[in-house]
Design a protein around this ligand. Structure first.
Ligand code: SF4
Length: 231
């Protein structure tokens, strides 16, 4: 029996939790392109792929089976210039169906005083707007990134947003990502070669030492680990 709110399930034609659990189990050993193909077949234009444009692994995989899928990029107004350059280069390379979403506020200095409300205004709120009318969203979240992400399912129900969440590369390690990039000769974000393991907004991202946790440079010294997109 489904545990979803009946009205929401009927209105959006969402799969029930049993179907999602079964699909997720089945995809544990399947290639990510199979996951993406399932999502595209199941939801069509009502699934969107949210990319932080730190790399193009998920985009490259998606372009092989769902080249028309909408790609959402959250322009926080505080990205590195290199990231904005990279977004444009990737857009051209794949002829992306790209939706750049901006905050509803002007640039300000709240990143100096309140990083949680800054992320809420510049990331979480814009994503909510981007997902209006969608039944599913897809992310490049990986279990190995943080302890908080270790139990992420490949397919699940995003209770907070009332839609399906798809993580096609949840099982991949950092080495898997780098190997895929090399095998496919993907365009690399230029900051990776300058010591940035994980790339977000410039006020909140530092390079890390060789061998350190790639995410150690995000909100370093604040205790903050997530921006709020992955509830
Ligand atoms: S990462 Fe930093 S600058 Fe970017 S939205 Fe969050 S607090 Fe603001």
């Amino acid at each position: 029996m489904s545990a979803l709110p009946v009205a929401a399930e009927e209105a959006l034609d969402l799969p029930d939790l049993a179907e999602l659990a079964e699909v997720s189990r089945r995809f544990e050993t399947a290639p990510p392109t199979s996951v993406i193909a399932w999502a595209w077949e199941r939801f069509g234009p009502e699934v969107t792929l949210a990319s932080s444009f730190q790399d193009t692994v998920l985009i490259d995989l998606a372009m092989q089976v769902a080249p028309e899928i909408e790609i959402v990029f959250l322009d926080t107004q505080y990205h590195f210039a290199e990231t904005l350059w990279y977004v444009e280069e990737v857009r051209k390379r794949y002829d992306l169906n790209l939706n750049v979403v901006h905050p509803a506020i002007e640039p300000d200095n709240r990143w100096k005083t309140d990083i949680d409300t800054c992320c809420a205004a510049r990331k979480v709120g814009p994503l909510e707007r981007a997902l209006v009318g969608k039944n599913a969203w897809m992310t490049g979240l990986r279990r190995s990134e943080t302890p908080e992400r270790a139990k992420a399912q490949i397919v699940s129900f995003d209770l907070g947003r009332g839609m399906v969440k798809v993580n096609p590369i949840a099982t991949w390690t950092e080495d898997d990502v780098r190997s895929y990039e090399a095998d496919r000769d993907l365009l690399r974000h230029p900051l990776h070669d300058r010591g940035y393991g994980s790339i977000g907004c410039w006020p909140c991202t530092l390079p890390v030492a060789e061998g350190d946790d790639p995410r150690a440079g995000r909100w370093a010294g604040t205790g903050k680990l997530e921006c709020g997109l992955h509830q």
